[in-house]
Design a protein around this ligand. Structure first.
Ligand SMILES: Nc1nc2c(ncn2[C@@H]2O[C@H](COP(=O)(O)OP(=O)(O)OP(=O)(O)O)[C@@H](O)[C@H]2O)c(=O)[nH]1
Ligand SMILES: [Mg+2]
Length: 273
């Protein structure tokens, strides 16, 4: 893979950290982060002093308070504040190893548009995944690969990085409109965000490199993910994203030939060396 001619060799790194009641974990995680252009903490209305702890440990951290609920909305709100070249999606619970960030960035500098973390290639692993989650992830991963002609190995993993210039292509839901009455979670706002991002990169023909990653145990507190409920949201996402991608191809085919054609390449997925 060749490096992109107009992208910097030493990109400014923006680390986006969604956090819901992660004060105790942030006390361990933030001091371990490597030097970055900016760290953006997106708080989901925490009641445990998450924002205060973050500011105490890292006075220049950018704090964003999300408008709606869910990790997807948090990430979209954080991405909107990014001023760097590369975005790293980084969980606050201690499960992501900060020492891996340079590997994600290197994959991008080497030519990838999207550096996708994987626990299931040589060099990757997980101390955290349960048999039920592993099976569900495997099934949804296979389904996505069939639908998008991809070779993903770990669909539902939150540790990823991409060039900020790809944000318009992702076309994420508006992050600051108020949510539905009654507090229901809006589509795209939940844990399906990772699948949505993967599918949109795949449909756009982006250059994707999988980066082996070792997921650690959450240090304190409890998971916000519910295997069945969130698994069903991911399933629906694969379906709706597949339909969206097909619709875009149909629309492109119906345009007059004199206009530039939207082509959908089969994305090539390589593995970080
Ligand atoms: N701002 C915000 N952050 C959230 C929300 N839901 C989850 N998060 C954060 O997103 C990250 C991932 O959520 P987790 O609850 O750890 O989900 P998970 O990693 O799938 O589950 P475990 O493997 O059990 O840790 C953590 O940093 C959470 O604090 C939310 O609604 N708003
Ligand atoms: Mg976690």
């Amino acid at each position: 893979m060749t490096a992109h001619p107009r992208r910097p060799k030493e990109p400014r790194i923006s680390i986006v950290v969604p956090a819901l009641n992660e004060a105790r974990n942030l006390a361990r995680v933030l001091p371990q982060l490597p030097a970055a252009h900016e760290v953006i903490l997106v708080d989901g209305g925490s009641v445990d002093g998450t924002i205060g702890t973050a500011l105490e440990l890292m006075p220049d951290i950018v704090v964003v308070e999300q408008v709606r609920r869910g990790k997807g909305n948090a990430l979209a709100a954080g991405f909107a504040q990014v001023t760097g070249d590369v975005i790293v999606m980084f969980d606050a619970d201690g499960s992501a190893d900060p020492a891996e960030i340079p590997r994600f960035v290197q994959a991008l500098v080497d030519g990838a548009d999207f550096a996708k973390g994987t626990r299931f290639r040589a060099g990757g692993g997980s101390a955290d995944i349960t048999p039920v989650r592993r099976a569900g992830n495997g099934f949804l991963n296979a389904l996505t690969n069939r639908a998008f002609h991809t070779a993903f190995t770990d669909l539902c993993y939150g540790y990823n990085a991409f060039w900020a210039d790809q944000l318009p292509l992702l076309d994420l839901p508006d992050h600051d409109e108020p949510g539905p009455a009654g507090g229901a979670m809006r589509w795209g706002d939940g844990f399906e965000i990772e699948t949505l991002i993967n599918c949109r990169f795949a449909a756009s023909g982006a250059r994707i490199t999988e980066v082996p990653s070792v997921e650690r145990l959450r240090i304190f507190g409890e998971s916000n993910l519910h295997a069945v409920k969130d698994g069903l949201r991911v399933l629906r996402t694969v379906h709706t994203e597949h339909r969206r991608a097909r619709r875009r191809v149909q629309e492109a085919l119906q345009r007059p030939v004199s206009r530039p054609q939207h082509t959908v390449e089969r994305p090539r997925i390589s593995v970080a060396s």
